[in-house]
Write a protein that binds this ligand. Structure first.
Ligand SMILES: Cc1cc2nc3c(=O)[nH]c(=O)nc-3n(C[C@H](O)[C@H](O)[C@H](O)COP(=O)(O)OP(=O)(O)OC[C@H]3O[C@@H](n4cnc5c(N)ncnc54)[C@H](O)[C@@H]3O)c2cc1C
Ligand code: FES
Length: 283
């Protein structure tokens, strides 16, 4: 049965993790998740007095049911959330949506390209592949505006010893690469011992679109290119129509979409991929 009444979660802890971003740990109060949560799924968070909004699980529930989310302060709801304290209660509904294609990524050499706090929705995929013993098949290219706005510092430190991690900053840093991920991609691929043949990407839609096209040009199958497309959401369960993309609701069929699906929307609805870029630059 469709569950719309929010359950209650408690803020267990949080710490600053990038400009205007906090890494929250939440704990269910009086309920347990009945079904496993898939990598890349999201939940609706209700902040009393401010409304509700979707956020991705940065880590899936542990044996105490605790899960984490990386949240950037951008407006009314997140402003209010950032005033709350440890122990405060929030409303919660989830999991929702279609996450990353689990069966498919098991067979592939996976390139993950994330921009800004678009790293949050791919973090469970990275941890999943590491735990599945497939770390050698994962390459991460992470782009951010500057050092301060990079998120998931602890996770990146942990991943560094396990998977290939490449970072680039829009602005010149002390060291490391500077420039857009599209400019860095060919160098990254030239340093991979095993050539990636599948893409997962999340970040500003212009970045995802350009990276997807480059990967197509490099011979990736369009069915092996997956983008996390995000829309304004109100209900999160396919009732309000706020998150329409082509003929689908991003809250139900998405947020992870195969490039093939987006091309089909383009053909059926006469909206180019650029049509999906009109609203939101993820972070
Ligand atoms: C499936 C999904 C997963 C998400 N996961 C995360 C996450 O893990 N971490 C995170 O920090 N954020 C995430 N977001 C974005 C997050 O939901 C928004 O930042 C949040 O709704 C902002 O609420 P607000 O009231 O603070 O800001 P608002 O005052 O509502 O908005 C601030 C600005 O952002 C724009 N905006 C906000 N949300 C959207 C949207 N979905 N589409 C287009 N424009 C938008 C508004 O137009 C406005 O310009 C996710 C969004 C989706 C759809
Ligand atoms: S958010 Fe209401 S239909 Fe998707």
């Amino acid at each position: 049965m469709l569950q719309l009444t929010p359950k209650t979660i408690r803020i267990v802890d949080f710490y600053e993790d990038g400009t205007d971003s906090r890494h929250f740990t939440f704990e269910p109060k009086g309920f347990a998740h009945k079904e496993p949560i898939a990598i890349g799924q999201f939940f609706m968070l209700t902040v009393p007095g401010a409304g509700l909004a979707p956020f991705t699980y940065t880590s899936l529930p542990d044996n105490q049911g605790r899960f984490t989310a990386l949240i950037r302060k951008v407006g009314k709801l997140t402003d209010k959330l950032f005033t709350l304290k440890k122990g405060d209660l929030l409303g919660y509904n989830g999991p929702h949506g279609n996450g990353w294609p689990v069966a498919q990524i098991h067979q592939k050499e996976v390139l993950i390209v994330a921009g800004g706090c678009g790293l949050a929705p791919v973090s469970t995929a990275i941890d999943y592949l590491i735990e599945a013993g497939r770390a050698a098949s994962v390459t991460l290219l992470y782009a951010a505006r500057d050092k301060e706005s990079q998120v998931l510092k602890q996770e990146r430190a942990r991943w560094n010893s396990k998977i290939k991690v490449f970072e680039t900053l829009d602005t010149q840093g002390d060291r490391g690469h500077s420039g857009l991920p599209t400019q860095y991609l060919s160098t990254v691929l030239s340093q991979c011992h095993r050539q990636p043949n599948m893409l997962l990407t999340c970040g500003p839609e212009a970045m995802m679109k350009d990276i997807a096209k480059m990967c197509l040009g490099l011979g990736f199958e369009s069915s092996d290119i997956w983008l996390s497309i995000e829309r304004r959401m109100r209900c999160g369960v396919g009732l309000c129509g706020h998150c329409y993309i082509g003929s689908s609701y991003a809250c139900k069929q998405g947020p992870s979409y195969c490039y093939d699906e987006l091309i089909a929307f383009e053909n059926n609805h006469n909206t180019g991929l650029s049509g999906y870029m009109e609203h939101f630059q993820y972070c």
